[in-house]
Write a protein that binds this ligand. Structure first.
Ligand SMILES: NC(=O)c1ccc[n+]([C@@H]2O[C@H](COP(=O)([O-])OP(=O)(O)OC[C@H]3O[C@@H](n4cnc5c(N)ncnc54)[C@H](OP(=O)(O)O)[C@@H]3O)[C@@H](O)[C@H]2O)c1
Length: 287
């Protein structure tokens, strides 16, 4: 049986949908009871569990031999994932797919890449078979700018003119579902970097939006310190806000622009283009 975590979030829900589409049963670890109906509707079995309450994890893992480990960005991410890995090892879990991020490295300067790297390292030393999934940036991130695009015909960002191989989370989910349903030996010890089919700058994303929406959409670059301050004003911890703007380096140095064929190789389908993503989310962008 497969255990999914992070299933109420952007990627986890898509993994649940991808497994449901394959008719594969799964359990979904939830810390919030009212969410159980969404999972049950997909044929999943909701099971209580909280990364911050390690005592809840053994019961969540009963009967499960494979898991997706996906936690939220935050200061507790490493400790949360460490608790999960320790519990999985004790429970005899056979395979963990770790949702990581591009540039994960235990020695990285950026907080987010560093904690993902540390969690990957912890998993690799656990004795449980592992697969790391390190996407660059999600196409879905632009949905947080949908109101600006709708009402002002512009969106703001701190990536400047650098390019990134934005990936649709539905394609990441297809890759993860394929890994979780294959023989463990096929993917154990592998690192995948699912990307979209092309690297785009924010100005090029604006051109695609302009074409599909048939009205002008402009990208407006803003200083990274403005973004950092805005995140802090919205309640984010300073260290996490700094970690997010530090990801700029991936774009500036060209690392985020690498296009891979991991989605096609592992999931057996071509990744969606940004144009397809916009067409599928028209309701968010249309006035
Ligand atoms: N944004 C990007 O472009 C990007 C790119 C590469 C990698 N990433 C990585 O993607 C990951 C986030 O993925 P996402 O955006 O799909 O996540 P998300 O939408 O933020 O969802 C996070 C999930 O974690 C669950 N969760 C949080 N705290 C928990 C706890 N204490 N116990 C159990 N579950 C808990 C949440 O459940 P609740 O509903 O209960 O809160 C939710 O289901 C991060 O690791 C980030 O570094 C992001």
């Amino acid at each position: 049986m497969i255990l999914l975590t992070g299933v109420t979030g952007t990627n986890g829900l898509e993994v649940a949908k991808a497994l449901a589409a394959k008719g594969v049963p799964f359990k979904a670890m939830l810390r919030d009871r009212p969410r159980t109906s969404d999972i049950a509707a997909l044929g999943g079995q909701p099971i209580p569990g909280d990364f911050d309450r390690p005592d809840t994890l053994p019961a969540a893992m009963v009967g499960c031999d494979r898991a997706l480990l996906l936690s939220a960005v935050g200061p507790r991410m490493f400790h949360q994932e460490q608790s999960f890995i320790a519990a999985a090892r004790a429970a005899g879990m056979k395979h963990i797919v770790k949702f990581s991020a591009l540039g994960a490295d235990p020695l990285a300067k950026s907080l987010l890449q560093r904690v993902h790297g540390q969690a990957e390292q912890d998993l690799e030393g656990s004795g449980v078979a592992w697969t790391h999934v390190r996407p660059p940036f999600f196409m879905q991130n632009i949905l947080s700018s949908a109101k600006d695009i709708r009402t002002r015909g512009e969106f703001f960002g701190h990536f400047g003119s650098g390019r990134a191989a934005y990936v649709d989370v539905r394609d990441i989910a297809a890759l993860i579902a394929a890994v979780l349903t294959a023989d463990i030996a096929d993917h154990a010890g592998k690192v995948y970097q699912p990307t979209g089919p092309a690297a785009l700058s924010c100005a090029e994303q604006a051109m695609v939006l302009t074409k599909v929406l048939q009205r002008p959409v402009k990208f407006v670059p803003i200083p990274r310190d403005t973004v950092r301050q805005a995140l802090i004003t919205h309640g984010m911890l300073e260290s996490v806000a700094q970690g997010i703007v530090d990801l700029d380096a991936l774009v500036e140095q060209g690392q985020a622009a690498t296009v891979t064929d991991d989605v096609r190789r592992v999931a057996g389908r071509n990744p969606r283009t940004f144009e397809q993503f916009v067409l599928d989310h028209l309701a968010h962008f249309k006035v």
